[in-house]
Design a protein around this ligand. Sequence first.
Ligand code: FMN
Length: 314
Amino acid sequence: MKRVLVVTFSQTGQLADIVGRVVGPLRAGGHAVHVETLQPRTPFPFPWPVVDFVDVFPECVQLDPPPLQPMRLNGDEDFDLVVLAYQVWYLAPALPMTAFLQSPAGQALLRGKPVVTLVACRNMWLSAQQTMSRLIAAAGGRLVDHVALVDRGPALATFITTPRWVLTGRRDGFLGLPPAGVAPAEIAAADRFGKALADALDADIEKSGLPMLAGLGAVTVNPRLALSERAGLRAFRLWSRLIRAFGRRGQRRRWPILALFAVYLILMVLTVVPLSLLLQTLLAPLLARRLARLKAEHEQPSGCGCERMNRYVS
Ligand SMILES: Cc1cc2nc3c(=O)[nH]c(=O)nc-3n(C[C@H](O)[C@H](O)[C@H](O)COP(=O)(O)O)c2cc1C
């Protein structure tokens, strides 16, 4: 029997559902799983009022989280494997996960441990995952696997359905657009990761440093999004510093600059994002090698191969 720590946080319940799918087979396989659900000291609202939704942006990008409530663990517990299940807020890990990774207890729990990251978001997780890798390494953890579950709706549709979901709580399809979030069938099929982890733990593979979730379609990267994310992140860093110069989160004096940022964000989504995707389509032959390199890089360590699916998908 191995001891597995799963650290998570979910507002809509989507990530909680996915975590449940992964944890079930681990427990059924006889492993002891501790699920630590992070609790911000002041809960983030859900559905989000628009002002709060925009106001949280600078702190997400600058990795400056508000404090968490004390965990049920104090940091000196010993686990064989740590799973960090997170969502993306503004191209960065959601603030509760950032807080965990910066906390002394969180860092102590990761030190010297193999770590699996599991992200569920709209579809832009590449920059956030780079931040996760950096914070995990800084804590002394070893990232051995990464799973990404995304909304497979058309990019422009999800630019509408995701904000509608988090701002109103309504996830259903409307005006011909698909429902928001990760498809129910994909959530159900996430149990393959739990089954494969259970088998790998039985065989001590977590000690080898090798991925345990290869061949299970853990990650599929659209490298064009990598270029959009890079440009977006550069702009986000500038905006977040500018907004913080006007005041702290919750202070009304930064509302005017937040309003300006919101207009910028909408204009960018409506113009720059489609234009950049169009440019990339036109320049595809010239960009092919760079995009292939980005795809391979971001699909590490678990990869996009599906050769073990037959064994783990029922
Ligand atoms: C403030 C905020 C910012 C978000 N930013 C992103 C983003 O940059 N990229 C992305 O793919 N999804 C983004 N999302 C969607 C979330 O990653 C996630 O899919 C959604 O909040 C539901 O997750 P949960 O119920 O597990 O918390 C954002 C959501 C919120 C609330």
